[in-house]
Every structure is written in structure tokens, then in C-alpha cells.
Design a protein around this ligand. Structure first.
Ligand SMILES: Cc1cc2nc3c(=O)[nH]c(=O)nc-3n(C[C@H](O)[C@H](O)[C@H](O)COP(=O)(O)OP(=O)(O)OC[C@H]3O[C@@H](n4cnc5c(N)ncnc54)[C@H](O)[C@@H]3O)c2cc1C
Ligand code: FES
Ligand code: FES
Length: 482
């Protein structure tokens, strides 16, 4: 599509009619010859292509680290794209200094990506600086030759410097940290100009997402679409769904959550009402992709990709979600339990756009839990995953339950027979043992690269046990039930 895209690239205003579906990575390297941003896997796995994307939110700049190999150029309109070349002026930045001092780089291929991720942490992370936080910030970056110990030490030095008693403590505490860093020459001074500069770019006028001429690709976060069809997207007719802010945001209306379909995994976890309802949401997110991916991956993309092991899909299915679709003038709502028909076949017409996900708020007697096992703890797709939503009486009798399992059938699965059995039973080992047998009859895993059918059956069993042990530690201990 030939719409002009205007954005700031580091300290330069760019106006381009390059294809909206072109990858930011390709634009940076091929058109701008900014080759500091590296092309490694081109599938979101290595972080060598990390950049920062800045947006103006309530008059302040809000930056996020993302992998530029999965981001469409057309979405950059009105934004600030920061590549490694834009992060320092003439001297090394504190992050680069720390990497040099700790010998955090050997061949150097991964280094720009690490520096971008660490820079995001010191410029933008919330809360107190922490080693754990810094590690999470670089969890999407791989290094194949230096080894992580020296990179982590560089991160630790930065955390110490910005932490209590550190040289840069006042900068971390500053009301506008980026401004304070610019004044201290720790990031280039042009960062201070960005709110004004972005405000001057006229927004694109866009028709509603579900209207207009047919297109070849509806791109949301792009994290599945570019991996699957990346070669064809730049030449196709593309609709950039993220140009529709009305499809984002989370609101609680009475007892019902209305979650914009384009809400990212990180935005979902950061919402205070969601965190109240799912207290361990941050632990669960840590097991899903990486920070860079979670900043891009949307809930609707996860559902419509229809993988039997989509993590947010399994969680949303357990929450009794309904999906709202629009097509031209028509709207319809589909229960998520009825959405998936067979492997990657689902109840959606090609032109339909998912705008919203709806689910009921839970009461104080309801608990929610998620479990996942993958070959690697972070940045890996599940072998099997599972979620539960369970309401009990004060006496410990199950009043309602929804149990879901991924990776054990052709579709993301919910277990109606197991749920039917559990309702009315008290939480005790005998109930669980009977439920485990019923659940085994409801699943049909196959062997694949992620694990054998037997292994998946075992994981399904262990996850159901884990749900009960985690949620009802006073009524059930692990050694009583295995
Ligand atoms: C390195 C890597 C790691 C990953 N790790 C995980 C993981 O741990 N767990 C996990 O569950 N997933 C993982 N994924 C998969 C992926 O990130 C998720 O499935 C993500 O939610 C997809 O969302 P998206 O916004 O990027 O979708 P896109 O790629 O933009 O779109 C996916 C599909 O959905 C359609 N679509 C999206 N939104 C709408 C809408 N509102 N209306 C109509 N159609 C729409 C698109 O047209 C497309 O067909 C990983 C992916 C990568 C590359
Ligand atoms: S090139 Fe590997 S994540 Fe982008
Ligand atoms: S320094 Fe070579 S891959 Fe990290």
C-alpha cells in the first residue's frame, strides 16, 4: 500500500513511501545503511535486531524494545525509531562503557542488540533497579560466543550505578529520567526534542479496521505473520491493525472485562485490574516469549494463529472468553470454546476483524492458575500448557471450574467432562485422582518435535495436580497426590 510513512529515525525526520509491509529491519539496513542493527535469525529469536520504538503517551515519550525483524514499517508513522546508532553522541554511553569494562563482547554480532535492551532498562524501566529486572530486559537476546557471565556482570554494574548510593541514583529517581540522562550526556540531547517533534506529525486518517477494500494481510504484532509469510508481505496489500488505537485498551464495565483485541501480552499483564484477578500474571508472562516479543504479540494474533499451544489462548479460554468480530456493518460474538474447529480451522470469515475479547470478572472465591513446560524455560513455545479457573465455597466445595490444556489435541482444548465431574466435589486427593483419570480420556496428544504422546500425557496429569497444589496448598500437598 502506498501511504506515506513519516517518523523520526534517531535524530532524523524520515518521510518514505516504501511499502507499509516492509520490515523495519530491512528499511534500516538496506535503505538507510544503518547496519548496526543486525540480522540474525529474522524470526524474533535472537534479539540481534533489537531497536527501541518511542511513542508520545500523555505528552511523555514511552519507549519499548522490540525485534525490528518482525515490525512493519507502516506502523512507524508518528513514532521515534531508535537504532543502536542513535543511542550515543560522541562518547560511549554508560551501557557501552559497562560492556567494554566487563569484556561483554567478542565477535560483536549480538552486542548492539544487548546494548539496546540494556539501554531501554536504564532509560525506561519502572520500580527500583534490580539485577533480576536487567536479566529480564535481556532475556530476548542471545550471544553465541562471549558467554552470558560477562554480559550479566555489565548489567549488574549498571544496576549498581543506578541503584541506592550509586553514581546515577538521582538520575534513576528523576521525574523525567530520559531528560535527566540527556542533560548528563548519557543519551544524546535530541531525545529531549522528541515529544515536540512527534506531536508535529499529522496522524494518518484511517477507515475502521473492518471496512475498506480487501487486503492480503491483516498485520497485528506481526510476530506470527512475518515468521510464516514474511517474504510475501512487503509486496502485498497490507492493513496495519495497530493503526487502530480503538482496538487496544482494557476496561472493566460492571463485572465484565472488555479487552481490546490488539492488547499486547505486556499490556495485559501490566493492567492493575488484570493483575488483581490473576495475581501471578507476571510469573506466567516470564515463561512466554521474551520482553521484545511480548511488547508486540497481541491477544487476537495469538487466538487467530490458532496454535494448539498458544499460551494466552489457553489462559483466555479458561477465563470463559468471548470474541467480538466486525465485518463491514455486521457484528457477532463467538464463545471461545466454540471458536476452534480442527487444526488451524476456526470460526472466522476472511474479512472479519476481531475487535474485542470479553470475559467475566471473577469473585473473591475464584482462583486462576497457569502452567507451561517447554524445552527451554524462556523464549520457547510450550510442549504442553494449561490453565484453570476454579470457584469454591468457603467449605472447599467446587462450585464452578474451567480447565484448559494446550498441546494435547489439534485445538486448544477445554475439558468439559472433567469439569462436570469436579463440580460439587470437595477439594481433596481422592477428587483429584478421579479427575485425572477423566482428563486422560478427554485428551489425544500426538508425538512431535516437542515431545512424545506419552510425555504430553504425563505433563497434562502433572499440570492438573500442580493447579490444585498451587491454588489449595492448605488442602493438598504435592506428596499426597503424586
Ligand atoms: C520468537 C517467538 C517466540 C514466541 N513465543 C511464544 C510463546 O512463548 N507463546 C505463545 O503463545 N506464542 C509465542 N509466539 C507466537 C506469537 O508471538 C503469538 O502467537 C502472538 O500472539 C501473535 O500475535 P501477533 O499480534 O504478532 O499476530 P500477527 O502475526 O500479526 O497475526 C497472526 C494472525 O492473526 C491475524 N490477526 C491478528 N489480529 C487480528 C484481528 N484483530 N482481527 C483479525 N485478524 C487478526 C493475522 O491476520 C494473522 O493471520 C512466539 C513467536 C516468536 C516469533
Ligand atoms: S534477527 Fe533475530 S530476533 Fe530479529
Ligand atoms: S559477542 Fe559474538 S555472539 Fe555475542
Amino acid at each position: 500500500m502506498t501511504t506515506t510513512t513519516q517518523f523520526w529515525l534517531n535524530d532524523r525526520l524520515i518521510t518514505t513511501s516504501a511499502s507499509a509491509g516492509m520490515l523495519v529491519l530491512d528499511y534500516l539496513r538496506k535503505q538507510e545503511r544503518l547496519v548496526g542493527t543486525k540480522e540474525g535469525c529474522k524470526e524474533g529469536d535472537c534479539g540481534a535486531c533489537a531497536i527501541l520504538i518511542g511513542e508520545l503517551v500523555d505528552g511523555r515519550m514511552h519507549y519499548q524494545p522490540v525485534t525490528s525483524c518482525l515490525v512493519p514499517l507502516g506502523e512507524m508513522h508518528g513514532k521515534h525509531v531508535v537504532s543502536i546508532e542513535g543511542l550515543n553522541s560522541r562518547e560511549l554511553s554508560p551501557v557501552q562503557d559497562a560492556m567494554v569494562n566487563r569484556c561483554g563482547s567478542q565477535c560483536g554480532f549480538c552486542t548492539p542488540g544487548f546494548v539496546v535492551s540494556m539501554s531501554w532498562y536504564v532509560m525506561c524501566a519502572k520500580g527500583e533497579p534490580s539485577r533480576d529486572g536487567m536479566k529480564r530486559a535481556i532475556s530476548g537476546n542471545l550471544c553465541r560466543c562471549t558467554g552470558y557471565a560477562s554480559i550479566v556482570r555489565a548489567g549488574d554494574d549498571l544496576v549498581e550505578g543506578f541503584g541506592p548510593g550509586g553514581n546515577w541514583e538521582s538520575i534513576w529517581q528523576a521525574d523525567d529520567r530520559i531528560k535527566a540522562m540527556a542533560e548528563a550526556n548519557m543519551v544524546p540531547a535530541y531525545f529531549n526534542e522528541m515529544p515536540k517533534r512527534l506531536a508535529a506529525i499529522a496522524p494518518h486518517v484511517v477507515e475502521p479496521a473492518h471496512e475498506g477494500a480487501p487486503v492480503d494481510f491483516h498485520v497485528a504484532g506481526g510476530t506470527d505473520l512475518y515468521v510464516q509469510k514474511g517474504e510475501h508481505i512487503p509486496d502485498g496489500q497490507v492493513k496495519i491493525l495497530n493503526r487502530h488505537p480503538e482496538m487496544k485498551g482494557i476496561r472493566l464495565e460492571g463485572d465484565t472485562f472488555h479487552v481490546g483485541a490488539l492488547t499486547t501480552f505486556e499490556e495485559f499483564g501490566a493492567n492493575a485490574d488484570i493483575a488483581k484477578m490473576i495475581p501471578r500474571i507476571q510469573d506466567y508472562l516470564f515463561l512466554i516469549a521474551s520482553l521484545h516479543l511480548r511488547n508486540r504479540a497481541t491477544l487476537s494474533g495469538n487466538i487467530i494463529n490458532a496454535s494448539p499451544i498458544g499460551d494466552m489462548t489457553i489462559l483466555l479460554l479458561a477465563l470463559d472468553s468471548e470474541l467480538v468480530f466486525f465485518e463491514d456493518d455486521g457484528q457477532r460474538t463467538v464463545a471461545m470454546k466454540d471458536f476452534f474447529k480442527s487444526y488451524k480451522v476456526y470460526d472466522k470469515r476472511p474479512r472479519e476483524i476481531m475487535t474485542e475479547i470479553i470475559f467475566p470478572k471473577v469473585d473473591a472465591n475464584t482462583r486462576i492458575h497457569f502452567e507451561k513446560v517447554s524445552k527451554r524455560k524462556c523464549l520457547d513455545i510450550a510442549t504442553v500448557n494449561s490453565a484453570i479457573k476454579i470457584r469454591t465455597s468457603d467449605e472447599g466445595v467446587i462450585e464452578a471450574v474451567n480447565l484448559t490444556l494446550g498441546g494435547v489435541a489439534a485445538v486448544p482444548l477445554w475439558l468439559p467432562e472433567t469439569a462436570k465431574y469436579l463440580v460439587g466435589k470437595s477439594i481433596e486427593p481422592a477428587t483429584l485422582h478421579a479427575a485425572l483419570d477423566i482428563a486422560q480420556g478427554e485428551i489425544s496428544p500426538i508425538s512431535d518435535v516437542r515431545g512424545s504422546a506419552d510425555y504430553k500425557r504425563l505433563l497434562a496429569r502433572q499440570f492438573i495436580i500442580a493447579h490444585f497444589v498451587e491454588l489449595f496448598p492448605d488442602r493438598m500437598r504435592f506428596e499426597q497426590v503424586v
